[in-house]
Ligand binder design. Structure first.
Ligand SMILES: N[C@@H](CCC(=O)N[C@@H](CS)C(=O)NCC(=O)O)C(=O)O
Length: 209
């Protein structure tokens, strides 16, 4: 049995979408962010020492990290369908974009969020760093998805699931007018049935809505 410990408005959305696409039986255990701090509740800390989401239970084993969970689920349930062959050049790009979503791109997005929350959004060094990084990363991503519905090759892969959460943050927070290819790519992913089902589940389990 697969059990997803889902936190509202979180990276868990990557796994929710993937599970919907895989069409395997799973259950959702819902956790709600603290209304004031927006942090995870004690219930999630009781599940896993990191106290973050997503966490997934598979056959009694507990796994954290959305990137690892994405690769694990794909290897187990759809290696041929949702990742390029390991001896292809696309496989290297698949791994690259999987990591890009949670490391390079997430860093300035998180710094921006936390500097605003901490009330230090007038810090010259921090602002300069965030703006320069975002501009470089968005430009790179925008060029990579030009004319494409999927980030690697012409096929849905784990890298799209990983990027999807970043794209939701970008759509909420950024003006993507300067990056029309990213916007089109995000819109194409949002059109997929499994993505729509995941968004419905996200809304269903978000008690702030
Ligand atoms: N690198 C981890 C990050 C996990 C993470 O930070 N999750 C956030 C939600 S997007 C969380 O649980 N935050 C609540 C908290 O830190 O209290 C992953 O990709 O799964």
């Amino acid at each position: 049995m697969i059990r997803l410990h889902h936190l509202n408005q979180s990276r868990s959305l990557r796994i929710l979408w993937l599970l919907e696409e895989l069409d395997v039986p799973y259950e959702i255990v819902s956790h709600q962010r603290d209304a004031k701090t927006h942090l995870a509740p004690e219930s999630l800390k009781a599940v896993h020492p990191l106290g973050k989401s997503p966490v997934i239970e598979i056959d009694g084993q507990l796994y954290a990290e959305s990137g690892a969970i994405t690769e694990l689920l794909i290897e187990r349930f759809a290696p041929e369908r949702l990742r390029p062959a390991t001896d292809s050049s696309d496989y290297g790009y698949y791994l690259q974009w999987n990591d890009f979503a949670e490391s390079s791109l997430m860093l300035p997005l998180m710094l921006e969020l936390f500097s605003k929350k901490a009330g230090v959004n007038d810090n010259e060094f921090l602002n300069g760093y965030i703006d320069t990084e975002k501009a470089r990363l968005f430009k790179y991503l925008d060029a990579a998805v030009e004319g494409k519905s999927f980030i690697v090759g012409d096929k849905l892969s784990g890298a799209d699931f990983m990027l999807s959460f970043d794209l939701i943050i970008l759509a909420k927070r950024q003006k993507l007018d300067a990056y029309p290819n990213i916007r089109k790519y995000a819109e194409a992913l949002a059109e997929l049935d499994s993505h729509k089902r995941a968004m419905q589940l996200e809304a269903k389990y978000d008690e702030t809505l």
